[in-house]
Structure formats: structure tokens, C-alpha cells
Write a protein that binds this ligand. Structure first.
Ligand code: OAD
Length: 244
């Protein structure tokens, strides 16, 4: 057991409110590709071509093909021990809130309630004409690009580069990390703002910050403890240690 692990454990034992700020790395053990690093989506695809309002205006079919492919891939993935541990901790702490940049829905599938989705949800579709929004779990979609009943073009209910985060979700995230006793920052490269600014906000509020990642990130210098390893395994180890 490393010193950082013991200190994290000791803080968790005393914690009432825990927040997990998660990124693509927490779903990696489920088989969902991350964006950066080895095997990352942005190695083979350009965000400008696929994840911006301009890209959608230019070629909605191409954008939808990519999202439809990702929806199909995620549909075959199950939550891992990382998602499961955080869901279990809702019953262990006064609160254990998940704030995620992921759009895959795996925290919800694991049983976490009230997940704050900063970058939207890949299973939601929204009409660019009338604004109608619904969840559609069909994968693959029968027609690309999909259309609304009003005839308008549907778009994925995710946040693209150049778009604002859902205001209420970000405010709720800021409040949650500021009030938490411990914030776990798991599986994020910490490069995409404003989400990457949440650990600094937590730090200003005096929260104990723990990073769980395979390696170091630009957020590492802010951390009180760093637990290196796959998040599913590290979270399961923390859980086992809390139980003994
Ligand atoms: P990234 O792909 O940028 O980073 C994934 C992080 O997870 C890296 O720091 C990896 O070291 C780490 N990692 C990989 N496997 C892991 C594992 N098994 N356990 C723990 N850590 C692991 O993903 P995000 O930080 O989530 O935004 O990316 C942020 C945003 O950039 C995404 O939400 C998306 C993307 O472009 C939008 O689409 C708006």
C-alpha cells in the first residue's frame, strides 16, 4: 500500500460527501475507446470534422455515421468495477456524486443516480428544428441522418467543441466539488475546459483531491494524492480496503 493510497483511504473513511469527476479513462476497462493516448479516437479522427457545429452543418451524414458507430460500440459495453464501485458508494457515504465528461451512460447503467453529465449523452437526440429531445437507444439507427417527426434534422445530444456546457449541470458540478470532502479525479487527461477547471475549484474550497489515472496529467500538481493504475482496479481496491 503506497502512502498516497493510505492517505486517500484515511480521508475516505472520514468523508461524508464524495464526488467523482470522471473522464473517458473510467470506461476504458469496459472497452470504450478514450480520445487521447494510445488507441484514442483523436488519433484516427479529427475533432474538427466530427465534433463541432460546423462539421454537422457541412456534413450531417458523416457526423452521424461516426456517432452511430460509437453508439453501436458502446451498446456492447458493460459498466466495469470503477462504475460499479461509485454506484455502490452512494449507499456508503452521505452522498457520492458522479460528475462525468463521458456520454456513454455507463455510470447510469451501473446504478449511479443523479449523474451530472457535463458533455451530454450519446443516447439523446435533439431536433435542430423544433428542439424536441428524446432518448433513442436504437443502434444502429435505421436512417442516417435521423429526422424528427417535424421533418427537422436530429443531432446527437452531446456537447461539441465550440458549444457551451449545459449551464445547470456545470453549476451543479461546481457546487458538488466545492462542498465535497474528497474529490476523485478519475480517467481524465484534464485538457478540456471548463470541466478541467473543476479540480482547481475544489482545491480552492479546501477539498482533498485524489487523481486516479494510468499516468500523470496537467492536473497532477493540484492533487493531494495520486493513485496510479486502471481506475476500475484502483476503485475496487479502495472499496475493499474501506470494507476491512
Ligand atoms: P482523454 O481521452 O483525453 O483522456 C483519458 C485519460 O484517461 C488519460 O489521462 C489516460 O491516461 C486515462 N486512462 C486511460 N485508461 C485508463 C484506465 N483504465 N484507468 C484510469 N485512467 C485511464 O479523455 P477525457 O479526459 O475524458 O469532449 O477527454 C475530455 C473530453 O475530450 C471528452 O469529454 C471529449 C473529448 O474530446 C468532447 O467531446 C466535448
Amino acid at each position: 500500500m503506497t502512502e498516497d493510497f493510505s492517505r486517500s483511504l484515511e480521508r475516505l473513511r472520514r468523508a461524508r460527501r464524495v464526488v467523482a469527476l470522471t473522464g473517458a479513462g473510467i470506461s476504458a476497462e469496459s472497452g470504450v475507446p478514450t480520445f487521447r493516448g494510445e488507441g484514442g479516437l483523436w488519433r484516427d479522427y479529427r475533432a474538427e470534422d466530427l465534433a463541432t457545429p460546423d462539421a454537422f452543418r457541412r456534413d450531417p451524414e458523416l457526423v452521424w455515421e461516426w456517432y452511430d458507430w460509437r453508439r453501436g460500440l458502446i451498446a456492447g459495453c458493460r459498466p466495469n468495477r470503477g462504475h460499479e464501485t461509485l454506484a455502490l458508494w452512494e449507499g456508503r457515504f452521505e452522498s457520492c456524486r458522479v460528475v462525468t465528461q463521458n456520454v456513454d451512460g455507463l455510470h447510469r447503467a451501473a446504478g449511479s443516480r443523479g449523474v451530472i453529465c457535463l458533455h451530454g449523452d450519446i443516447w439523446t437526440v435533439r431536433c435542430t428544428g423544433c428542439g424536441f429531445e428524446t432518448v433513442d437507444l436504437t443502434a444502429p439507427l435505421p436512417e442516417l441522418p435521423p429526422r424528427c417527426r417535424c421533418g427537422g434534422l436530429l443531432r446527437p445530444g452531446v456537447v461539441w467543441f465550440g458549444e457551451a456546457l449545459p449551464e445547470k449541470a456545470f453549476e451543479a458540478a461546481l457546487e458538488a466539488v466545492s462542498r465535497a470532502d474528497v474529490v476523485l479525479v478519475a480517467g481524465t487527461s484534464g485538457l478540456v475546459y471548463p470541466a478541467a477547471g473543476l479540480p482547481a475549484a475544489a482545491r480552492s474550497a479546501g477539498t482533498f483531491l485524489v487523481e486516479i489515472n494510468l499516468g500523470r496529467t496537467p492536473l497532477s500538481p493540484l492533487m493531494d494524492a495520486i493513485l496510479e493504475g486502471p481506475s476500475g482496479q484502483v476503485l475496487a481496491e479502495l472499496h475493499d480496503a474501506l470494507e476491512t
